[in-house]
Each structure stands twice: as structure tokens, then as C-alpha cells.
Design a protein around this ligand. Structure first.
Ligand SMILES: Nc1ncnc2c1ncn2[C@@H]1O[C@H](COP(=O)(O)OP(=O)(O)OP(=O)(O)O)[C@@H](O)[C@H]1O
Ligand SMILES: [Mg+2]
Length: 256
């Protein structure tokens, strides 16, 4: 198993518990999406999977080894971008390669390729403060794609993109998935995005989050994300997911 979350329970110092006995397994090369109510604990769960947050109870295994520190083998596209404001777009995107000891000239081609992939050609020398929110998010995405990690954790990576760009990035990600077969854990609020991209979708309840249902997406790959949007499978799965997510909201209301 690439990623195993085993009985993770978490509470912050203030407030009610956030995660209640969450377990999930993600196989090598599998694309798993997580959907659920806002404030439910999805980002907290992803932080724990990335090893940047230690759970109060339970454990996370990566390739069978328990994680106690930030896992450098995964690319993590965080919900809020963590760009360095004193570095340009190009320098931000190059950072992970620099960490891995790749020289600037050797990195140039990969950096240029992913900048083009996210549609930021021409903005290489801009600083984050000179970009829009959606552009910063795309730099964040490019930075995680540049070293082609085996595993990608993505927290609402397309959340602040306009509808056109969002579909375009879904298509790019889908192509990357077909080409490189990375393992992906993907958080989204967009149910049709989850269906278009995933092999499996986990529905979380409201806080404290539990996995309340699992939906398999049996749409064959390679997928045409645009055609999938208007397919019969999409209509069916959206119906199933909608009821499952609604149930999560109800749980939250009862408990608060
Ligand atoms: N450092 C923290 N200290 C205390 N509470 C926190 C902390 N981080 C998150 N929380 C709380 O944990 C809960 C879950 O937050 P989290 O960010 O994981 O939700 P989410 O499911 O990602 O929501 P969204 O879909 O809006 O991004 C929220 O109620 C939030 O207030
Ligand atoms: Mg979040």
C-alpha cells in the first residue's frame, strides 16, 4: 500500500475533535478523492498524511513505513499557496529541484515545461505579489509537478481558478495521471471534478470527520474529462455522491 491511514483521531488544543478514527488505504498508482463538508477536517487529514502534523492517535504509513516527520517523497499542493514572496515564479518552481541538488541549467527545461503546463508562460520573472490568486495557485501546482513525485497530495488545487482553466487543469492532471501513474490523494468540493479524475471517492462526514462512504468510479482510462462530464456514469455517480455528502452535513448538524 502506498499510503495507509490507520485509526487516526485528532483534536487541536481548542475545540471539538476534528478527525474521529479515520482509516484509509491508497494503492500505488490509485487516484483517490476526498469530499466532505467545509470545516470537516480534510486539510487536517492531508497535513497528517503529509507528515507535517502528528495525529493525536493512530498512524500513517508510507510504503509500509510509519511517518513521523514531513514526508519529502510526496508532492503536497496545499490549500493556501506557500510561495516565497522574494523569489520569482521561475525561482519558486525551481525550488524543489534545488533542494534535490539539481543545478540551475539542468533544471531549466523541466521548470519551463511545467510553467507552460499551468499556463504561466511569460510570467517567469514575476513575484507572487504581482500575480492573481489563481495564478499563485498555479505556481503552487507547478512547483509540486516539477519533480514528478510518485505521490501527490492535492488540497483543492483548482479551487480559485475560473471554470475554463479549471477544466483545462483537470485535463492536464488527467494526462499526467495516464502518463506517470502517480498515486494521488485529492481534496475537492467539486463532485463532478472528483468523478472525472478519480478511481475512488471517499466521503467524509462533518466535524469530527469519519469516512462515511466510498464510491468506486469505474470509468475506463484514458479518460476524456470533457466527455466524461456529460456521460451517463457521471449522472449516476453524482446522484450517489450528492446523497452521501448531504448525509455528512446532517451528521454535523446533529452533533453541534
Ligand atoms: N491549528 C488549528 N487549531 C485549532 N483548530 C484548527 C486548526 N486547524 C484547523 N482547525 C479546525 O479544524 C476543523 C477542520 O479544519 P480543516 O481545515 O481540516 O477543514 P477542511 O475540511 O479542510 O475545510 P475546507 O473544506 O473549508 O477547506 C475546523 O473546524 C478548523 O477550525
Ligand atoms: Mg481545507
Amino acid at each position: 500500500m502506498r499510503v495507509s491511514v490507520d485509526g487516526v483521531t485528532h483534536a487541536f488544543r481548542v475545540g471539538k475533535p476534528v478527525l474521529a478514527d479515520v482509516s484509509l488505504d491508497v494503492k500505488k498508482g490509485e487516484f483517490v478523492s476526498i469530499v466532505g463538508p467545509s470545516g470537516g477536517g480534510k486539510s487536517t487529514l492531508l497535513n497528517i498524511v503529509a507528515g507535517v502534523l502528528q495525529p493525536a492517535q493512530g498512524r500513517v504509513l508510507y510504503n509500509g513505513t510509519e511517518i513521523h516527520a514531513p514526508n519529502r517523497e510526496v508532492g503536497y499542493v496545499t490549500q493556501a499557496d506557500r510561495l516565497l514572496y522574494w523569489r520569482t515564479v521561475e525561482q519558486n518552481v525551481r525550488l524543489p529541484l534545488q533542494f534535490r541538488g539539481v543545478r540551475k541549467d539542468a533544471a531549466a527545461e523541466s521548470v519551463a515545461r511545467v510553467i507552460k503546463l499551468v499556463g504561466l508562460e511569460g510570467y517567469e520573472r514575476y513575484y507572487p505579489s504581482q500575480l492573481s490568486g489563481g495564478m499563485r495557485q498555479r505556481v503552487n501546482l507547478a512547483r509540486s509537478l516539477v519533480y514528478e513525485p510518485d505521490t501527490l497530495l492535492m488540497d483543492e488545487p483548482f479551487g480559485s481558478l475560473d471554470a475554463y482553466l479549471r477544466v483545462r487543469m483537470q485535463k492536464e492532471l488527467s494526462d499526467i495521471v495516464e502518463r506517470l501513474a502517480p498515486t494521488v490523494v485529492f481534496v475537492t468540493h467539486d463532485l463532478s471534478e472528483a468523478v472525472a479524475l478519480s478511481d475512488r471517492i471517499l466521503v467524509l462526514s462533518g466535524r469530527p470527520a469519519r469516512v462515511t462512504s466510498t464510491v468506486e468510479v469505474d470509468i475506463p482510462r484514458p479518460r476524456d474529462v470533457i466527455a466524461v462530464r456529460s456521460s451517463e456514469e457521471m449522472r449516476e455517480l453524482l446522484g450517489v455522491l450528492w446523497s452521501a455528502v448531504e448525509l455528512g452535513y446532517d451528521t454535523e448538524e446533529r452533533e453541534s
